[in-house]
Design a protein around this ligand. Structure first.
Ligand SMILES: NC(=O)c1ccc[n+]([C@@H]2O[C@H](COP(=O)([O-])OP(=O)(O)OC[C@H]3O[C@@H](n4cnc5c(N)ncnc54)[C@H](O)[C@@H]3O)[C@@H](O)[C@H]2O)c1
Length: 258
């Protein structure tokens, strides 16, 4: 009666930022549950390596494609390539993201614009371009990677840019969820605290950050990729069909106390 709740067999998923730490893990998890996965990233060579690794380990269909989410033409081209190759897109994961830390008194506009271009405009563009065919088909699941920083500040400085972009991602998620609920398109977000990835968000997250963050978390550790993949599988599968507009905190209890 309930055995299909977490099945993704035959679903077509595009994971944007799929060459990155979290995106590649989510894509592999989806593949293990039966989805065909497109690894889309501006780092095409890295995306190809991720796609090949997934294919080798899971035996599932996995393909790499280029996209720059700050460019609406590039994003529309990605969508059209996937539609012509696979016929539809059932699941969109926005796992692209950048970080840059400076004290608020001297945050450079160049980095501010960089963060907003990728983290906010990039999510709006992908949701718009992939949301259109989902609305037309009356079927879709969109999962945005937000952060605990979308709703909780840090005592330490550096986060004014990143945190405010994630606050915007939370509201994009809620607004799109409300607009597209009548069309059977679910839009939710995963908001992790710090996650152990090899990339450390392009080197911005250091071992110092890991130590500092772990001390603020009731469970006393940062998140693993498994922790995030679990939430992504839930939000991509029929188990979450009646959930939309939610920000799921995968944070070891951080937002319960802060
Ligand atoms: N790692 C963490 O601790 C953590 C915690 C909370 C939230 N997040 C969020 O999760 C998401 C993934 O983080 P990650 O740790 O995997 O980061 P990552 O740096 O490993 O991966 C991000 C990927 O996005 C891609 N990307 C950047 N700009 C792009 C663009 N313009 N077009 C297409 N692709 C682009 C990069 O090439 C990279 O492969 C981000 O949104 C991040 O803000 C991460």
């Amino acid at each position: 009666m309930y055995e299909d709740l977490f099945k993704l067999s035959g679903e077509i998923a595009v994971v944007i930022g799929g060459a990155g730490g979290i995106g590649s893990a989510i894509a592999e998890g989806f593949s293990e549950y039966g989805a065909k996965v497109v690894i889309a990233d501006m780092k095409l060579e890295d995306a190809k390596m991720v796609a090949a690794g997934i294919k080798e380990r899971t035996g599932g269909e996995s393909e790499a494609m280029y996209v720059d989410v700050t460019d609406e033409v590039s994003t529309a081209k990605l969508r059209d390539s996937i539609l012509s190759k696979f016929g539809a897109v059932d699941i969109l994961v926005n796992s692209q993201g950048v970080n840059a830390k400076h004290p608020a008194t001297e945050f450079p506009l160049k980095d501010w614009e960089f963060l907003y271009n990728v983290n906010v405009k990039g999510v709006m563009i992908t949701c718009r371009e992939f949301g259109k065919p989902m609305v037309e088909r009356r079927k879709g699941k969109i999962i945005n990677l937000s952060s605990v920083r979308g709703s909780r500040a840090t005592k330490w400085s550096g986060n004014i840019g990143y945190s405010s972009t994630k606050g915007a991602v939370d509201m994009l998620t809620r607004q799109l969820a409300a607009e597209w609920a009548p069309y059977n398109v679910n839009v939710n977000a995963i908001a992790p605290s710090l996650v152990a990835t090899q990339t450390g968000m392009g080197g911005v997250i250091t071992s110092e950050h890991v130590k500092m963050y772990a001390e603020t978390i009731p469970m006393g550790r940062i998140a693993t990729l498994r922790d995030i993949v679990g939430a992504a599988l839930f939000l991509a599968s029929p188990a979450s069909d009646y959930m939309t507009g939610q920000i799921i905190y995968v944070d070891g209890g951080l937002t319960a106390v802060g």
